[in-house]
Ligand binder design. Structure first.
Ligand code: PRT
Ligand code: ZN
Length: 298
């Protein structure tokens, strides 16, 4: 491997793969990736992408095989606790929160089973693939229960008689519903993150890390941001500025032939909903136009 190039670990095939590659693409990275290849070469940045199982990403980064990794907070937290149990400390550093991979680690009970808070978990068998996080959750609530560690298919454990309830990742909730389970507690709110090696990198590599992070920030801001244009009576400007969601300093442009009117252009760092447009119109705005933002660099 070429040590002068950054190594970034990404999930090989799973829920984080497409959004991770999409993010890198939007950051301007061009990679050539053959099918089933473990590594892709960055053609226009000194950065290579390694495709691995998500569970391996924290170790690859803390063992300095990779400089950076994109991985779920759920995997990171579990790894941190697993290391802590052996007296070790996680060496990877979480440096960004990403806007995809959202899910929660939740406790769910079979439909029809009563639940009155964490004390209802006492003495129960709970199936999970996250034993360390579940153990911490129970410990913090002073609840003794049996943790049944599985490697997958947690949602069917109660039906198979292997557990009374489960602790698993949920996003839409449809898997729980299909398995007649009811979500009762959230153990962790999770999302994808960027992690990096604790090692100090040579200046050229570090510069690329900074550049990549700046682009990631830009991509994430842009996803939510909108460019809004409207006409407004000068007298309504204060109210209109107040209504523009998440915009700092709008540009005010005089309108030729209309001394009482101006054009307002602003970047809104939040989504602009129909309700906002309706409020703006009510405040006197007209000719409203909302455009997506393509790129942004602070
Ligand atoms: O092979 P590898 O180990 O790399 O993949 P994996 O099977 O461990 O992970 P994968 O691809 O399922 O998930 C990768 C990461 O995506 C997770 O670590 C989370 O950070 C994130 N993520 C986001 C999710 C979900 N949403 C999610 N819903 N991971 C898993 N699920 C599963 C959940 O376990 C359950 O089986 O989806 C099912 C529930 O989904 P809903 O939509 O029906 O609620
Ligand atoms: Zn995994």
């Amino acid at each position: 491997m070429d040590d002068a190039r950054l190594k970034l670990a990404v999930q090989k095939s799973g829920r984080l793969t497409d959004p991770s590659l999409d993010l890198l693409l939007r950051c301007g990275l061009k990679i050539s990736r053959g099918k089933d290849q473990l590594m892709a070469y960055g053609e226009n940045m000194p950065l290579d992408v390694l495709f691995v199982r998500d569970d391996d990403i924290p170790d690859l980064v803390q063992e300095d095989v990779c400089d950076l990794g994109l991985v779920g907070l759920n995997v990171l937290e579990e790894k941190r606790l697993e290391l802590a149990a052996t007296g070790a400390k996680a060496r990877f550093q979480q440096i960004r929160t990403l806007d995809f991979g959202r899910c929660r680690l939740s406790i769910a009970v079979p439909e029809g089973v009563s639940y009155e808070g964490p004390s209802s978990l006492r003495g129960k068998r709970i199936a999970t693939t996250y034993p360390f996080m579940l153990a911490r959750y129970l410990r913090e609530r002073d609840v003794q229960a049996e943790i049944v560690t599985l490697s997958g298919a947690v949602e069917i454990a109660p039906r198979l008689g292997r557990a009374d309830l489960i602790c698993d990742l949920v996003s839409t909730g449809s898997t729980l519903q299909a398995n007649h389970l009811r979500e009762v507690e959230t153990v962790l709110e999770s999302y994808a993150t960027v992690i990096r090696t604790p090692l100090e990198l040579p200046p050229e590599k570090n510069e690329w890390v900074e550049r990549l992070l700046m682009r990631i920030d830009g991509v994430q801001q842009v996803r939510e941001s909108k460019y809004i244009m409207l006409h407004a009576p000068r007298s309504a400007l204060a109210e209109i500025r107040r209504l523009l969601p998440g915009s700092e300093s709008p540009t005010i442009i005089p309108l030729e032939g209309f001394p009482d009117k101006v054009a307002v252009h602003a970047v809104c760092r939040e989504n602009v909903f129909w309700e906002t447009l309706e409020s703006l119109k009510k405040a006197g705005a007209s000719s409203l136009l909302v455009l997506p933002v393509e790129k942004m660099l602070a």
